[in-house]
Ligand binder design. Structure first.
Ligand SMILES: [Zn+2]
Length: 260
């Protein structure tokens, strides 16, 4: 994918932020979006923290590197506090060109309901074919991270869980929302839409634990909707981010979550 120039990326981020805001996906100044504009060093255009995402202008967008250097952006604001999470994803997946994090109602509901299972999926759901990173007929398993408030550890956790995260370009965060990425902004948007469709579908389908749909298990039995259960504990842990509407903080965990 051809990288955008910084000026193009800043305009694109404003456009996507406005779109997501008007869909109700970035309420209350929440969420953060980035587009990679250079590889050496990795340089991102990223939205500001604690600023309404419905009316951003290119001047609001920061350019940052892993070294913390920043350019542009307004003096009264700062880059998303979750910049480290974005950088970790770009470092883990060299083909990643855009990372979008939003707070949708259905992703929050589903992640919160299934966080103890650590992963959620929907076998045979046609929409999931949109995840082109999957092998033919593979069933995507979307990781769910607890909403742990530990920003510094989160970026390291992303690297530890690179293999797990490679299954599907996105993850859910309990009590919080979801993050997706792609080779460019258009693909990252598509992956967000697929995850949101999945979460809306699962929520409308009902709670597998109540019997409205059959559930799978660690032994491999699978139903229409499955949530992996391994001894009642969450899968390899992970971590999650942010947690508030307004102050985008992020944090992951590397060990089994202390809560969730
Ligand atoms: Zn968030």
């Amino acid at each position: 994918m051809k990288q955008l120039r910084a000026s193009q990326a800043r305009r694109e981020l404003c456009r996507y932020a406005a779109s997501f805001y008007h869909r109700g996906w970035m309420p209350g100044t929440s969420g953060n979006l980035s587009i990679k504009v250079a590889d050496r060093p990795i340089t991102l255009a990223i939205t500001p923290s604690s600023v309404d995402k419905g009316g951003l202008t290119p001047r609001d967008i920061f350019l940052v590197t892993a070294a913390g250097a920043t350019r542009h952006g307004r003096a009264s604001t700062r880059p998303s506090a979750e910049t480290a999470i974005h950088l970790a994803l770009y470092e883990a997946f060299p083909t990643c060109g855009a990372v979008f994090h939003v707070h949708t109602v259905h992703s929050t509901l589903v992640a919160t309901r299934h966080v103890r299972r650590g992963v959620v999926t929907a076998k045979g759901l046609e929409m999931l074919k949109g995840f082109q990173t999957l092998a033919p007929r593979a069933t995507p398993e979307i990781p769910i991270f607890p909403n742990i408030d530990n920003l510094d550890d989160f970026a390291r956790s992303i690297k530890r869980h690179t293999r797990r995260l490679a299954n599907v370009p996105g993850f859910l965060i309990a009590h919080h929302g979801m993050t997706a990425w792609g080779r460019d902004a258009q693909e990252a948007e598509k992956h967000l839409e697929l995850l949101e469709f999945l979460c809306h579908y699962l929520w409308e389908m009902g709670d597998p634990a109540r019997g409205s749909v059959r559930t799978g298990s660690c032994t491999g039995r699978a139903g229409t909707v499955s949530a992996r259960l391994c001894g009642g504990r969450a899968r390899p842990s992970s971590a999650a981010t942010i947690g508030h509407a307004g102050a985008d903080r992020a944090v992951p965990a590397g060990r089994p979550p202390s809560r969730g």
